[in-house]
Design a protein around this ligand. Structure first.
Ligand SMILES: *Cc1c(COP(=O)(O)O)cnc(C)c1O
Length: 394
């Protein structure tokens, strides 16, 4: 019988590191929130990425929320946010009753277009407004135009938050994504390159990183004042990572490099076996970057014979999981009222049952497919996927 092939599933270390760290937590009864695994995991992530400070939290989404608060985002503030992403990037803006302005992508990186970002600054400067923060994403592990974007933010003196949820292990000129901006966030959700079964990490790279990290610790633990009784001067959250889950994360971090190698291998495998098919394009990578290839994403020619939903359905019929590329936030009904900045002058809806438009992000969505990229896959699994794909072109 054929086995189900996952898009991306948890892949514990062959050595059993995760269970060892978890057992240590059990043996010392550090089952709750605080404990050695949490503090060590933070140190290890900071060392691995080069971030000044790292704060372990219950989710990547919580980390984005805390980054926005640390950047001073409050009610009514503008936040410039990449449109092509998962909704978890943008939702925390609304938690703080701030206003997202969505920014289009470019074809070179699929991520935030630095030209569209400059345009957004110009547009809002004209009406005397400036964003409180910018959120850029390194989608699927592809490095954004991070140098240009960081420069633009510095020039305008606006904090930059890097959503590196999908890009742990991706570097630009050897430096880890998530450490170019003032803040970076990582996710350890079950489908990411490594997982703690659920969790996230905030990276703080500001001059006053220690101070900012201390604030986040406080907010994430119900914002208690340092007195013996329960005293509160701010609204708090219950966002800290548990010591058990941090143990899983620590074990996984030991095999991160191996997982990156495997995902890069999967990307190369698909490229070797499928790029001769007319109308298939593989996701890009800046030459200064080294991608973790979390998911291998492809583009199918607009008027080609095979369209994304055909491919996804054909794979599904063979018990193989694939997905469309994220649907941009500016095309989501929940964000319909939000402004969107593109370098495309005349935006219009295109004919597609998925509801796309002719913006770059809209087109990447309309023609994109994320291929199964699970590091548990064998060469036989990869061949099975490639055969389904090739059959559609026959
Ligand atoms: C997974 C993901 C998140 C959210 O992380 P969670 O740990 O699931 O809360 C945020 N942004 C992007 C781009 C993601 O892929």
């Amino acid at each position: 019988m054929k086995q189900h092939i996952f898009l991306s599933s948890p892949h514990m270390s062959e050595e059993g590191y995760e269970q060892r760290y978890m057992k240590e937590a059990f043996d010392t009864n550090w089952i709750g929130l605080l404990g050695k695994n949490v503090t060590e995991f933070e140190k290890e992530i900071a060392a691995k990425t080069g971030a000044k400070q790292a704060v372990a939290l219950s989710a990547g989404t919580a980390a984005i929320h805390m980054a926005l608060k640390a950047a001073g985002v409050t009610q009514g503030d503008l936040v410039f946010c990449q449109s092509l992403t998962f909704s978890a990037t943008a939702n925390p803006i609304v938690y703080e009753k701030a206003v997202p302005v969505f920014i289009d992508s470019d074809r070179e990186t699929w991520n935030m277009d630095p030209v569209a970002l400059e345009r957004a600054f110009e547009k809002y400067e004209k009406i005397g407004k400036k964003p409180k923060a910018v959120i850029v994403v390194h989608l699927y592990g592809i490095c954004a135009h991070i140098k240009e974007i960081a420069e633009t933010c510095r020039k305008h003196q606006v904090p930059l938050i890097e959503d590196a949820a999908e890009s742990l292990g991706t570097t630009y000129l050897g430096q880890h994504t998530g450490t170019f901006g003032d803040y970076g966030i990582i996710s350890f959700n079950g489908n990411k390159i490594i997982t703690s079964s659920g969790g996230g990490m905030l990276l703080v790279n500001t001059e006053d990183a220690e101070e900012k990290a201390a604030k986040v610790y406080r907010w994430a633990t119900q914002a208690r004042e340092p007195v013996l009784w329960y005293q509160h001067t701010e609204i708090g959250y219950n966002y800290r990572m548990s010591n058990i889950l941090a143990g899983i994360g620590r074990g996984q971090l030991k095999v991160l490099d191996k997982r990156v190698e495997k995902r890069r291998y999967i990307f190369e495998y698909y490229r070797r076996h499928l790029s001769d098919l007319p109308g298939i394009q593989f996701m890009p990578a800046l030459k200064e970057s080294r991608s973790n290839c979390w998911l291998t994403a492809i583009q199918l020619e607009a008027n080609g014979r095979v369209q994304p939903l055909d491919l996804i359905k054909a794979l599904e019929a063979d018990d193989v999981e694939s997905r469309p590329v994220w649907k941009p936030m500016h095309l989501q009904p929940i964000f319909a009222e939000c402004d969107f900045i593109s370098t495309i002058e005349e935006l219009h809806v295109t004919e597609s049952e998925m509801g796309a438009d002719n913006s770059i992000s809209g087109q990447l969505f309309a023609h994109g497919v994320c291929m199964p990229s699970d590091s548990n896959m064998t060469d036989e699994d990869l061949d099975r996927v490639c055969n389904v794909v090739r059959k559609l072109w026959e």
